[in-house]
Structure formats: structure tokens, C-alpha cells
Design a protein around this ligand. Sequence first.
Ligand SMILES: [Zn+2]
Ligand SMILES: [Zn+2]
Length: 238
Amino acid sequence: MNLLYKVYDKCLRVLYPQTCYFCGKICRTPICKDCLKKVTYIKEPRCKKCGKPVRYAEQEYCQDCKKRETAFEQGKSIWLHKGPVTWSIYQFKYHNRRIFGEFYAKELWRLYGKNLKNWNIDVIVPVPLHWKRKRVRGYNQAEIIAHHLGRLSGIPVNAKAVQRVRYTRPQKELNDKERKKNLKEAFQITKHWKKVPHVLIVDDIYTTGNTIDAAARVLRQNGAEKIWFLTISIGQGF
Ligand SMILES: [Zn+2]
Ligand SMILES: [Zn+2]
């Protein structure tokens, strides 16, 4: 950890006294005892493609992955998207709790550091926000996680490789068919992309996977060979 980072970290702690990252109660650890009971870490059995929990170990893929081809190889997530996790990510995204990003990245690194080494990742690419949305929010939450993960893993981060060229409606407002249409040609490669074989895409939430797939497609079309992803939370696969 370099000195500048230590100072930055101290400043944040003064501004935000330690509270539970899942409910906001004052607490010495990032997660309080009550939330620890409610937060579900993703475990096996999970879909071999998207990592969503599946009901049986014999089940290779979830309902979605069974019937589709994806541009990415595989991905993993930390928690099931429900209860305190939903609250936490909401605060992180819309209430300026950027400090959560560091905790999320530490969890990703603790759980999936080995995967990152096996996948032999050359660069981390966060899912970009449209510039209009980024301007309103002030930051891209995926980028924050990516930078912390980059610092922990030593893997370079390229937050400018892909850009959103269409101002898409929030995915959560749409059904599956509309989501796909909404994302068609939503991403474009930029001049900042330097061709490397193995890319890790980072995002906050995995719902249908269409967003990550659309970003992965653009990278594949521009010379990336294999793409994996990591997200903070994911829905249930059954
Ligand atoms: Zn809590
Ligand atoms: Zn799946």
C-alpha cells in the first residue's frame, strides 16, 4: 500500500465513521452480525457460465445459459442480489458511498484472486456508463471497483477501452426482449483499447448478463480472445 493511498484511506475514515456496509449501523467491521446472517455468499453448485446458483450439482448451466451463446467465457459474483446486498449497492451507486468499492474489490480478490491468475488476465475493463449518466452521478461505480481490484491484483485497468454510445434506458425498467434491443450497439471500442488476449469485465450487478455480453462482444470483435467477468451481486439461477 503506498503512502498516498494510506492518507486517502484515513481521510475517508474521518469523513465516514465505520458503519456496516449493508445496513448503515455503526459497527467496527464492514459487515455487522445481523447482516452476516442475511447476506448470501455465492457457493457451489453454480452455473458454469454465469456463476448463478443452480439447484443441483449435476446441473451444468442455469436456465438462461442453457439456451444461448455468450461472448464471455465465464464469470463469478460475490453475493446473491437480495436484502442487505441490494441496499449496499444502491448506496454505493446513488448515495456516493464510494468507499464500499474498496471493500467489494477486497472480497473479489479474496474469493477470486486464484481465478484471475488462472484466467491470466491482461487487463481489467469496467462496464462504462454513458457520459451523460456519469456526469449526473459523478462517477462510474464499476470503474471504482475495477481500480481497487487492479491495485490489489497488479493487473492494469483500462476504463476507457469501451464506451457507451447510446443513452440506454435503465435495464431494470425493461423486460428481457426490450433489454436486448436497448443494448444493441450500445457499446463501441475507443482509440484507448490496446489489443490483448485476456480481458476481465467488472460490473456491479449481473441480472440477465446482456450488458456484460454486449460489452464482451465488442471486445471480441476488436481482438480480445477470451473474456471473463466479475460482479458484486447476481440473481438466483432458478
Ligand atoms: Zn448491517
Ligand atoms: Zn448461467
